[in-house]
Design a protein around this ligand. Structure first.
Ligand code: ADP
Ligand code: MG
Length: 493
């Protein structure tokens, strides 16, 4: 979620302003039953080495066979990023040694990726929009996993992940602040999830980012960058960028220079530290994989996939703004997750007021979901119940205050809100006679305050509070206000 305004992207310092330059390489695991070049399963959390074919274990003589569904998923993603789809692309071998990489190389795409330039538009909280260019998207194999915590002396290797298809999505260095980088990952994740091409689960590592950060004087030439590897939390991405930019500025201001490095973010200290420098960088000796032909497909294949794409967040957002007159930022937050957007559409489909529905979802509903730490889908207040609560409020059956409590009651009991209002007597008291009685009581019991409110009209709210309290929040606020103003002889401000 975007949580800071993006208006001031410059970092002020005693020696003048600095600007951050950020580019991200996002690894997204392709949603597919089988791996990129083998038929082995890809389910998360299976027993170690239970989903490993001879190809994934790199047995001698085994040959990779491309999985067409993974190609289709990459093309769909490219379309969702408004990117150029390359009808001809090439798989290369990226050579390096690692215990969890049995082939001794990773099959990836280097100079001819399946998807070329595209873009992602970010709508920031301050109403500005930022366009981040996509450099490329390529397909590659994931590596296995070394397990160091299973045995005191030995490390084990789990090859379940070996050969799983990844999309590497490389942005241009167009990002200028930590909130923009967070918004970028959020938006990219949302697009992938709408498309159904990656489940976006960052905790399970299905989506992770390498974050490249440099600083420069505004408008000056690009500075030397450092790359923070393997970030799998949007919150930590923000922290790592802030820390890293500050670190680089401190070095430059002391007259030092930035050394191009790969760094790691330490979630405990909030700092980044060096993992390896450019001198230790790998020479991957890329060359086209002789076991694989270039990937070729027709424009018809691409058009067929394009025709089947679901409505994407940006389209949904503009539809929400046109059809329901929502503010851009509210619409943005609603469409960020498909489940939220569906919930909203169900509410307005039941005639709930669009603006109030958006407020209820984004404030109360999401607030409670986050507080309970559960998934949006498993919240016990269905859209129909939220719509009924809003309807009773707008019809004056219940007060706004009771509406909030009623929502929580539905959450806790799972009962129908209309039934709860009946059973628990939560209807708003609009009978002025009954309200007047309470108003008189409050005025009679508090002569001091009555005297005070004449001199200090701002203390008027205290009386409203007293009456509401005595009526259990059920008094119609307009009537309470009106009666109190009359009796205390206070005008409408
Ligand atoms: P490599 O393949 O060595 O990682 P790339 O040129 O492909 O290098 O860039 C990787 C990422 O680094 C891209 O997302 C790009 O936007 C970003 N990047 C490139 N130059 C800079 C820079 N000066 N500051 C910040 N990010 C940068
Ligand atoms: Mg890189």
């Amino acid at each position: 979620m975007v949580n800071k305004p993006s208006s001031s992207n410059l970092i002020n310092s005693s020696t003048g302003d600095w600007e951050m330059v950020i580019g991200l390489e996002v690894h997204a695991q392709v949603t597919s039953k089988a791996k990129l070049f083998s038929g082995a399963a890809t389910d998360f959390g299976a027993d170690p080495n239970s989903q490993v074919s001879l190809v994934d274990a790199a047995m001698p003589g085994m040959l990779p066979v491309i999985n067409e569904e993974c190609v289709a998923q990459a093309v769909r993603t490219g379309l969702g990023l408004n990117a150029k789809i390359n009808l001809h692309s090439v798989f290369d071998r990226k050579n390096y040694f690692y215990p969890d990489l049995p082939q001794g190389y990773q099959i990836s795409q280097f100079s001819q990726p399946i998807v070329g330039e595209g873009e992602v538009v970010l709508d920031m909280e301050d109403g500005k929009s930022v366009t981040v260019g996509i450099e490329r998207l390529h397909l590659e194999q994931d590596a296995g996993k070394s397990l160091h915590d299973q045995d005191p002396k030995n490390s084990y290797v789990d090859l379940n992940r070996s050969g799983v298809a990844l999309m590497e999505i490389v942005s241009k260095p167009d990002i200028r602040s930590a909130p923009q980088a967070q918004a970028y990952v959020t938006k990219l994740r949302s697009i992938l999830r709408y498309l159904g091409t990656c489940n976006g689960d960052m905790e399970e590592g299905s989506l992770r980012a390498d974050v490249n950060v440099s600083v420069r004087r505004p408008g000056g030439p690009l500075g030397t960058r450092c790359e923070i590897k393997n970030m799998n939390s949007i919150r930590f991405i923000g922290q790592a960028i802030e820390y890293e930019a500050r670190r680089q500025i401190d070095i430059l201001e002391e007259g030092g220079e930035i050394i191009q490095q790969t760094r790691l973010f330490d979630t405990k200290t909030g700092e980044t530290r060096s993992m390896r420098s450019k001198e230790e960088a790998h020479d991957y000796r890329y060359f086209p994989d002789p076991d694989l032909l270039p990937v070729e497909f027709s424009q018809d294949f691409v058009d067929g996939l394009a025709n089947q794409l679901p409505e994407l967040p940006d389209q949904k957002k503009s539809r929400f703004m046109t059809d329901w007159k929502l503010a851009p930022y509210d619409a943005e937050l609603l469409v960020a997750e498909k489940e939220r957007a569906d919930y909203f559409e169900e509410m307005v489909g039941l005639d709930a007021d669009p603006k109030s529905s958006a407020n209820l979802i984004l404030n109360q509903h999401l607030g409670r979901v986050n507080k309970e730490g559960i998934e949006f889908e498993s919240a016990p207040v269905p859209a129909a119940a939220s719509a009924a609560i809003l309807k009773m409020t707008s019809e004056g059956v219940i007060s706004g205050k009771i509406a909030k409590e009623l929502y929580d009651l539905v959450w806790e009991t799972g009962d129908d809100p209309v039934k709860l209002v009946e059973e628990r007597g939560l209807k708003q008291v609009t009978d002025t006679g009954a309200i007047e009685k309470v108003v008189d009581e409050v005025i009679a019991a508090n002569p001091k305050q009555v005297e005070q409110v004449k001199a200090k009209p701002q203390t008027f709210g205290w009386f409203v509070g007293q009456v509401m309290q005595k009526t259990g929040g059920k008094a119609n606020p307009q009537s309470v206000n009106k009666l109190l103003r009359e009796k205390l002889e206070i005008g409408d401000n």
